[in-house]
Design a protein around this ligand. Structure first.
Ligand SMILES: Cc1cc2nc3c(=O)[nH]c(=O)nc-3n(C[C@H](O)[C@H](O)[C@H](O)COP(=O)(O)OP(=O)(O)OC[C@H]3O[C@@H](n4cnc5c(N)ncnc54)[C@H](O)[C@@H]3O)c2cc1C
Length: 823
């Protein structure tokens, strides 16, 4: 055998062993075979190795084999020292950080992270569907509730929901959507909860937030998960009926994103409550931004609890504790309001100093004292996948409908503005984003409705859906020009635009969520070995720690080597042999997603090797890998939606647009990651490993953008399905309904309008410049007179023209009206 043949054979053998994750004995056998082959199979004319060399080489081989296969020696010489080194350099993890990391469950995102997504599993998740009762509630109560709302009046005049709407919310059980029937609630699914909030939000963000807060992170959810039986029986029926209005106060002036640093305290002591001497807590707090606080009757409160006298145990610093206080408790200060970006949902501060309350006010009682942080992060693991994704999807659906319609009816340069390429690009973004958000909303809810709390998935959903929604509304504003800027009852976009930073900020501000949480928590939770390794490293008994570490690290190495060889192979073959799924005609795209999933798994391990604990500080690198995981998840949501609901022909352009966007974003994130690695060799090596032939993904072409934009400018079943659960209102009083009417009328009348316009043009030419200003209203009588159109056609066109004018009209106010806001 020639030397190059030997090298090639060794290369293939090592690749094969690594690729298939061969056991240690197979590696050992291969090593022996390779050694024998090199030492004894000399090429013709070659000079053989001396006996001494052969003995030395064999000694090294035997040593290596012993080191890898004999547990005691391995632990003594290899994994033990590694264990000690890692233990020394591992950054300390705070208890609150650990609780946040460990909160919730892992789900489909873990499969994506591990580089071998089993696509069949994705398509076997249940198809999301509302129950008959939930659908009836949406079609009746939610519809009626929406009809009671006038967002302009709410946001500009009354700065609150009308009292009839408050009454309706309470009477119809809107505040008890998540409360079980035995406590008088609706016991609706997360899908129903989200869909209800979404529909209300298409009418009024203020009303949607008011409805969603009692049904999301707050007293009801905490009581359900952790409350004592007594607390549940006392509070839940009252919360369900709206007799009690809840709020939950965690944030304060000094503790926002770093909520675990709250300075608010509770001290266990004896005192008097309502005339009775008892053991209780003296609470002092200063909270702000608390939604519903100004009207709350029951205040959920997070404080750090101390027990200096050891009255309830032997711990002096008990930790974050969640309490529930009636707001009429002496000393509770509540009532003023903040004004969040013209969305007058009730939000305000609350304070209290040395307020004495019984220990029974701790949610879950004394046994749950100090467990507040875990309770919160666990609830957040599911909760942030429901409300804000619902608001974001509602916003995108709204933009989809109004922009498609407006781009059709609004003409400039005698052309519907949606036919200009620049506007097409903006429309296509809205179309693709809406598809992506509805799909992601549904996939996320599928997990939550299976009683899974997918912490990483909900962080992905929260961050990307609120960001995409902000993008959609920005495009919508651009498409509407001045029509979107002039506030007033006719403006159906301005308030959505104003509200988008709220969604970005609450339930984990977005910069933090992207830079710190998604990949930070993702790698720890989804990596098949890392968590076990960390547990081993923090084991109090060193020997047991080494034993556990030894077991996991070997599996980890095997997994890593396999990933590297697989990625090498799949990158060289451009993903042609990656796993796929028989979802016609998207097999090629699925293969590319499999390839990128493998790349993520592999690069994550390289990142651990290169940065270790420093990754926490290199937030932007972490954010980029988080983007890769996120776009893999978003793309799988699109595939699942297409599989469950898609019309194979009509949906395809949207599916292709979203998948191409996701792959392009994945590529951008990887390239950004490589570009910012400090070592040029590593940078080059990793880039070649993932993209050996340069950039494979290019994003949607202009042609595809046009396809989406044109489609959005036509009424269709698809449009109604994608934007389902949208409150349209009535043509007589609602600007959106007027636009919808004008849009549909224009599409129906298009041939007739063309005829009349042509007639108008020729008439203008006949009559010279004087008549150039002839509008449709002036042409119609002439066209009627000359028999170009019938009377009924003339009426239809006039009605359309009237609606079109209304649809492009903006509001006007006197200065007095604006000053007094009585408009
Ligand atoms: C309208 C509204 C309603 C709210 N309702 C409630 C409620 O009902 N109950 C309640 O308890 N709270 C509520 N909040 C508070 C909300 O959860 C906080 O605003 C949020 O946690 C962010 O805190 P902050 O505003 O103080 O921003 P800060 O913590 O000051 O953050 C400022 C910026 O720094 C970034 N940042 C911070 N740390 C990091 C980091 N390590 N890495 C990268 N970036 C970082 C953040 O992402 C953010 O962009 C509400 C807030 C608003 C605006």
């Amino acid at each position: 055998m020639h030397v190059w043949e030997q090298v090639l054979a060794a290369f293939i053998a090592i690749g094969g062993l690594a690729f298939f994750q061969a056991p240690r004995w197979a590696w050992s056998l291969a090593l022996v075979a390779a050694t024998v082959s090199v030492l004894w199979n000399q090429p013709e004319g070659g000079v053989g190795f001396s006996i001494l060399t052969q003995v030395c080489v064999f000694a090294v081989v035997i040593f290596l084999i012993t080191l890898v296969n004999v547990t005691k020696i391995r632990r003594l010489l290899l994994t033990g020292p590694l264990f000690k080194l890692f233990r020394k350099i591992l950054p300390p993890i705070r208890a609150t950080e650990l609780e946040a990391i460990n909160a919730g469950d892992i789900w489909w995102e873990a499969d994506l992270f591990r580089g071998r997504p089993p696509w069949k599993k994705l398509f076997s998740f249940p198809k999301p569907q509302l129950s008959v009762e939930e659908q009836l509630f949406l079609d009746n109560q939610v519809e009626v509730f929406c009809s009671l709302l006038n967002d302009w009046e709410i946001t500009q005049q009354t700065l609150d929901l009308p009292s009839i709407a408050w009454k309706y919310l309470k009477e119809q059980g809107f505040f008890g959507l998540i409360i079980p029937k035995e406590f008088g609630g609706k016991d609706f699914s997360a899908l129903a909860n989200s869909t209800i909030v979404q529909k209300i939000s298409t009418r009024s963000v203020t009303a949607a937030v008011t409805t969603m807060v009692p049904n999301s992170l707050g007293p009801a959810e905490l009581l359900l998960a952790y409350g004592t039986e007594e607390q549940k029986h006392y509070y839940l029926p009252k919360l369900a009926s709206g007799e009690e209005i809840p709020c939950f106060a965690l944030t304060g002036p000094e503790a926002g994103s770093d909520a675990s640093a709250i300075p608010d305290i509770g001290v266990v002591c004896k005192g008097k409550y309502r005339g009775k001497e008892m053991l209780g807590m003296r609470l002092t707090w200063d909270k702000r931004y608390i939604t519903l606080a100004p009207v709350a009757t029951v205040l959920g409160l997070a404080v750090k609890l101390y027990d200096p006298e050891g009255l309830i145990g032997d711990k002096q610093e008990i930790g974050i504790t969640l309490c529930l206080l009636p707001t009429n408790t002496e000393g509770v200060e509540i009532g003023k309001r903040h004004f969040p970006l013209n969305q007058p949902f009730l939000n305000g501060p609350t304070r209290g100093k040395d307020v004495f309350v019984p220990l029974d006010f701790i949610i879950g009682g004394v046994p749950m004292a100090g467990k507040g942080w875990r309770m919160l992060v666990e609830c957040l693991s599911a909760g942030r996948g429901i409300s804000l994704p619902a608001l974001s999807t509602a916003c995108a659906k709204h933009c989809y409908r109004v922009c498609g319609a407006y781009a059709k009816i609004r003409k400039q340069f005698h052309t519907s503005i949606g036919r200009f390429e620049g506007v097409e690009a903006a429309l296509a973004q809205i179309g693709g984003i809406t598809y992506l958000l509805e799909a992601t909303r549904l996939l996320t809810l599928t997990a939550i409705d299976q009683k899974i709390r997918p912490a990483v998935v909900t962080a992905i959903a929260k961050y990307h859906m609120t960001e995409f929604s902000r993008k959609a509304v920005n495009h919508a504003m651009d498409i509407h020009g001045g029509r979107g800027i002039m506030l007033g009852p006719n403006n159906y976009l301005g308030r959505s635009y104003e509200s988008s930073p709220i969604s970005i900020t609450v339930e984990g501000a977005n910069i933090l969520t992207r830079n710190l949480i998604i990949f930070g928590q993702g790698i720890l939770r989804c990596h098949p070995f890392l968590q076990q390794e960390m547990q081993a490293l923090s084991h109090p008994d060193q020997n047991e720690g080494i034993a556990a570490f030894d077991k996991t690290i070997l599996q980890h190495v095997r997994f890593f080597l396999s990933n590297v060889t697989r990625l090498f192979f799949h990158s060289l073959t451009a993903g042609q042999f990656c796993s796929s799924y028989a979802l016609q005609p998207l097999q090629a795209e699925i293969k590319q997603l499999s390839r990128m999933s493998l790349a993520l798994s592999c690069i994550s391990d390289f990142t651990l090797l290169l940065l270790g604990g420093r990754l926490k500080r290199r937030e932007r690198l972490s954010a980029r890998l988080g983007d890769v995981l996120s776009y893999l998840f978003l793309a799988s949501a699109v595939l699942k939606y297409f599989n469950d609901f898609g019309d194979k022909k009509v949906d395809l352009p949207y599916v292709r647009w979203t998948l191409q966007t996701c792959l392009f974003q994945i590529q951008k994130a990887f390239l950004g990651f490589f570009h910012n690695l400090r070592n040029p060799l590593v940078r080059f090596g990793l880039k070649c490993l993932v993209f050996p032939y340069g950039r494979p993904y290019h994003g949607p072409k202009d042609k595809l953008d046009r396809q989406l934009a044109r489609h959005m400018m036509l009424p269709s079943q698809f449009r109604d399905r994608l934007t389902s659960n949208y409150y349209l209102g009535k043509k007589e009083k609602d600007a959106v309904a007027v636009l919808e009417y004008a849009f549909k009328a224009m599409v129906n009348l298009e041939p007739l309008l063309a005829e009349v316009e042509h007639f108008g043009k020729t008439t203008v030419e006949d009559r010279g410049n004087l008549s150039k200003s002839l509008g449709m209203e002036a042409i119609i009588p002439l066209a009627l007179k000359e028999g170009v159109i019938s009377k009924s056609e003339a009426n239809e066109i006039l009605e359309f023209e009237h609606a079109r004018r209304r649809a492009i009209a903006v509001d006007e106010f006197s200065t007095e009206q604006l000053q007094g806001k009585k408009v």
